[in-house]
Write a protein that binds this ligand. Sequence first.
Ligand SMILES: Cc1ncc(COP(=O)(O)O)c(C=O)c1O
Length: 333
Amino acid sequence: MPFYQNRAEDLIMDYYNENTVIYLDGNFVKASAAKMDLYSQSLHYGYAVFEGIRSYQTRGGETRIFKAVEHFRRLQHSAAALNMAYPYKTDQLIEATYTVLSKNNLQNAYIRPLIYAPANMSFSKNDHSHIAIEVWEMAPFLGDKLLRVMTSGFERPNPKGFKIEAKATGHYVNSILASQEAKAAGYDEALLNDINGYVAEGPGANVFFEKNGKLYTPSAGNILPGITRATIFEICRNLGIPVEEKLFTTEELKRADAAFFCGTAAEVIGWESLDGETFKKTWNESLSKKVQNAYINLVVTDTPLSFSEFEQKELSPKAGRKDAAKDKLVNQN
Ligand SMILES: Cc1ncc(COP(=O)(O)O)c(C=O)c1O
């Protein structure tokens, strides 16, 4: 399992129980009664697209899906990249997701929309798709753990062989292999290079490093350019921290002051070491830690775009707003 989730054995019963409700092709149904076609290209060939989204209980007590529009737009782009039918509207899916959360009494949750193929064992295009939206409880990560990261023996997929900017299920065989390899070697997580030997990303997260007051992250082209990565740019702009996208190697990364992974599930998680070599700064004195704090604030703040005020108002809860789901969405984006 990725570092930000529980151990596999803890999870078996945690995803759903007999009361869990999912969204399936326009209906709200019991997870235990839902069926998927065993003759689907999705199951046999890894031909499906998905999103990983989080919802949080805001300081005002509301449930808010973080960056909902961005995630559902990416789902649509992923489906288009794989020639999958996508007859869904973003606002309807967001509304359906709020309903699934509410039916399962969840506020702090992980949300997994999946677009999958109907029965068809050939490689041909389908005229329709299926959609499922599953949710399960996931508490916010408070940032106390630091990761021991290992440079993987696996590379990220060749962008000429895959639509790597799409969040396609088949790409995650690579993630599983790298993550399991790192754990078997006693590390917390893997870091993968691209096919040219430059640092790309983690199995399910983007990477940043800090050096002399500036943050660096791999350029787009060989990575999934994450929504959290874009949020880090937004945070840095507001905090006046310079950020640069560039190609770099693990050798340069090892000389950094600090480093972190970021992603929807991972949030912002600092590194203790890469291949056993620790970083110059302690996490708590790094700029990266400041970015982590800002991210934690952002996800639980009622009006996220007022972020530039965060520094002054740090940790002071704002009054809760009683807006409906759609209003939250408008204010968020
Ligand atoms: C391979 C990979 N890179 C990066 C990310 C981070 O993306 P995001 O911030 O949109 O969750 C993810 C997670 O979805 C991922 O699976």
